[in-house]
Each structure stands twice: as C-alpha cells, then as structure tokens.
Design a protein around this ligand. Structure first.
Ligand code: NAD
Length: 393
C-alpha cells in the first residue's frame, strides 16, 4: 500500500455542483506507470541496492527480501565525490577521478547516456538524494552559465559535487529535483541552464518529519491569531544522514533550511505584535541506537488573550526513510509530467514537498502545507484543462 504518496492514493475534486467528481490523481493524470520505472544511480560505496538496504536496516527482512533479486541488479555507478564537501563520509571507494570538475561532469553525462541506452527508457529524471554537503556561500561561479562553466574548468571550490550532477542532468535535458538542503540547483547559473534547455527543476530538502508537523501547526496558530514567543525543535537520529549532520558545516546547511519555514508562515511584518519577536532554535543530535527511527521534540511557547503564556509539546517518533520514499516517487512522476507538458525552470507548484521551496526570483517561497496543497492541485487541474469548486480535500 503506497501510504503517503499523493500520486498513488491522492484524489482531486473536479467540476462544480452536480457535475462534480473526485477521481484518484493517478487515474486522472497521464503519469508514468510504476511498472514502467527503471532505476539507476551513483554512490561512493559500491554496494548494490540490496546490500545497501541490509546495512541501512530500514525495512523488515520480509519486505526487503521480497525484492531481493530486483535490488541486487541495481549497482551504483562511480560517484563524483570530494570529502571536503561531506567531511564525515569516509571509506567510499566507488569514486571517479578526473583533472577538472568539467571532466567529471562529462563522465556523468556519459554515465547518463550509457544508462539511457542500456535500459532503453524513453525519458529520465534525476533526484539528488546524496548526503548533505557543507554550507556554501553564493559565489561568482554561481551567477551565470558562463561563470559556472569557467568555474568547472578551474575547479572552483564554490562548485560542490551535487551541482556537478545537476549540471550534467541539465546538459542531458533531464528534469532535476534536489531532495536535500544543499544549494545544488538553487543557483542562478543552473536555473538559467534549466530555462535555456527547457527542463523543469524543483527543490529543496524534502519536508518529511518535524518540518512537516511545523508547517501544519504554524498555520493553525496564525489562523487563530495566537502569538508565538518561541519554538524549540530538537531531534535525535542514528542513520548515516545523522552522522553526516554531526559535522558543523553540513549541519549549518540543514539548519538554514529548517529555520526558514516559520518566518514565511507567520508573516511577522503583518503581525508584529504576535510574531515580531519569537525565538526559533533547531538542534540535531547523532544518536546511533535509533538508526533511521528519528525522534523529535518540539516545545512551542505561545500566547493567548492578554498575552497569557501557554505551551504545546510535540513528540514525533517517526521513520525517516519511510516518510521520504513516497515523496521521492511523487516528485519523479510529477517532474516527468511537467517536462512532457513543456514546463521549464523552477516548478514552485511542487512546494508541497519541500522544506525550503525554490521559487522564481522576487517571489516568496510558500511554506504553509495547506496553501501548497491547493496550489499543487490547481496546477494539476490546469494541466488537464479542468475546473474545480475552490475546495480542496
Ligand atoms: N527523511 C529523509 O530521509 C530526508 C528528508 C529530507 C531530506 N533528506 C536529505 O536527503 C539526503 C540523503 O538522506 P539519507 O537519509 O538518504 O542519507 P544516506 O546517508 O542514507 O544516503 C545518502 C547517500 O548519498 C551517498 N553520497 C554522498 N555524496 C555522494 C556523491 N557526491 N555522489 C554519490 N553519492 C553520494 C552516500 O554514500 C549515501 O549512500 C540528506 O541530505 C538528507 O538531509 C532526507
């Protein structure tokens, strides 16, 4: 059962009054069929997908072993990787070497074209799910396509491996989604390249656990005009993502994204007396015994009538990968659909899936989950030339 997947379980309201109907999205939209999907990718470790799943320990034996043969056939291609960008990720041997970042990009293009012809697929999408890279400031090499390509040739440190993958995808006219908090495709150079090559892109950082809950609760506070004095978010997790985030550089990248969501939802410029001065902190602690089963605590200090203080505590015992998997599937299907509909550049109608949704220059990102849902369904109806009744479920 594809729990959590909008493309597989979600419905959409169409038409008005007596003409109204509510089909499943997968029956209404011409999405790629699951049985037609073929998988390939890169990793710094040479393990096939079965061996990787065994080590990750997310799935129970029965689930994992029911697809053992299928998973064993998926072997990662060698990665474009530099430990300077993920200092805690050690011991990988499946790594390309080349004189320049431009040469590495060329190797990825060859991998992509090799995969395209070996698997005989008609269309490709690339979802970046690699480890969180260290914080990178926006730099000259990010400003335009020419500057970026000069930087690739000169091994500019402002160009991280995730950007090289994104560049290779766009050169091959492949839609690209950034599921991580890295800058990656969120730079003018790569957005320009996406526009120039007619490729849709989206990101960044999947909205799965604590931030999902945050973007459900915060709109509730603003709807009732309750004030906020502080929101303290803390997490423990013990998977490799948690280990990578133990590095202060990688944590800074994650923190910047996680901190951004409340500002946009609470709109302190409109309600300075309610949200003009709240304290927001995010902590992530690597704690191996929990593996992929993340635990988060949110301690929310709010205020009511006459500014009387109140508190909400949320303790979410979630599963990181179980929450992320359906979002990756949905994004693959939707970005492929967008490409077929000749949409290009930033697809902010997919904001629903992200902690820090990319948005076109001059447009504020939307973080409220319910507004994001309305916008996404509106776009789906628009693509199919259908009307709605203004209500979403
Ligand atoms: N719930 C979630 O799982 C979730 C939610 C939101 C965002 N994310 C983000 O997604 C990313 C991956 O998370 P994860 O839990 O799957 O981590 P993971 O450690 O299980 O997987 C990341 C993989 O990327 C590989 N990798 C790192 N750099 C690479 C490179 N340059 N080329 C090829 N492979 C590379 C690593 O070897 C590892 O196998 C992180 O940035 C994480 O913050 C995950």
């Amino acid at each position: 059962m594809p729990v959590g997947s909008m493309t597989q379980l979600g419905t959409i309201r169409l038409g008005k009054g007596a003409a109204q109907r509510v089909p499943k999205i997968r029956d209404f939209m011409p999405l790629a069929r699951l049985s037609d999907l073929v998988f390939g990718g890169w990793d710094v470790f040479p393990d096939d997908c079965y061996a990787a799943a065994l080590k990750a320990g997310v799935l129970e034996d029965a689930h994992r072993d029911s697809v053992k043969d299928f998973l064993q056939k998926i072997r990662p291609m060698s990665a474009v990787f530099d430990p300077a960008y993920v200092p805690t990720l050690r011991g990988g041997t499946n790594i390309k070497s080349a004189a320049s970042k431009m040469d590495l990009a060329q190797c990825l293009v060859e991998d992509i074209e090799g995969f395209r012809s070996d698997s005989r697929v008609n269309r490709l999408v690339m979802i970046w799910c690699g480890s969180t890279e260290v914080w990178i400031e926006r730099a000259e090499a990010h400003q335009g396509i020419k500057e970026f390509e000069t930087g690739l040739r000169a091994n500019d440190p402002a160009i991280a491996p995730s950007m090289i993958y994104a560049y290779a995808a766009l050169k091959c006219h492949i839609p690209f989604v950034n599921a991580t908090p890295n800058l990656c495709i969120d730079i003018p150079a790569l957005v320009q390249l996406a526009e120039a090559n007619g490729v849709p892109v989206a990101g960044k950082d999947l909205k799965t656990g604590q931030t999902l809950v945050k973007t459900v609760l915060a709109p509730g506070l603003t709807a009732r005009l309750l004030g906020l004095r502080g929101w303290f978010s803390s997490n423990i997790l013990g998977n490799r993502d948690g280990q990578v985030l133990d590095d202060p550089g990688s944590f800074k990248t994650k923190e910047s994204v996680k901190l951004s969501v409340l500002e946009h939802i609470l709109e302190p410029e409109l309600y300075p007396e309610l949200y003009g001065n709240f304290h927001h902190a995010v902590r992530i602690n690597y704690y191996p015994p929990r593996g992929d089963n993340k635990e988060s605590w949110d301690s929310i200090d709010l205020t009511g009538w006459l500014n009387y203080p109140m508190q909400i505590k949320v303790n979410f015992l979630c599963r990181d990968s179980i929450l992320a998997a359906p979002l990756v599937l949905d994004l693959a299907l939707f970005i492929d659909l967008a490409h077929r509909a000749e949409m290009k550049g930033i697809q902010d109608w997919l904001s629903f899936y992200f902690k820090y949704p990319m948005s076109p220059p001059g447009v504020d990102p939307e973080n409220n989950l319910f507004i994001q849902l309305v916008r996404m369904k509106k776009m789906l109806r628009f693509l199919m030339n259908e009307e709605g009744d203004g209500i979403e479920t």
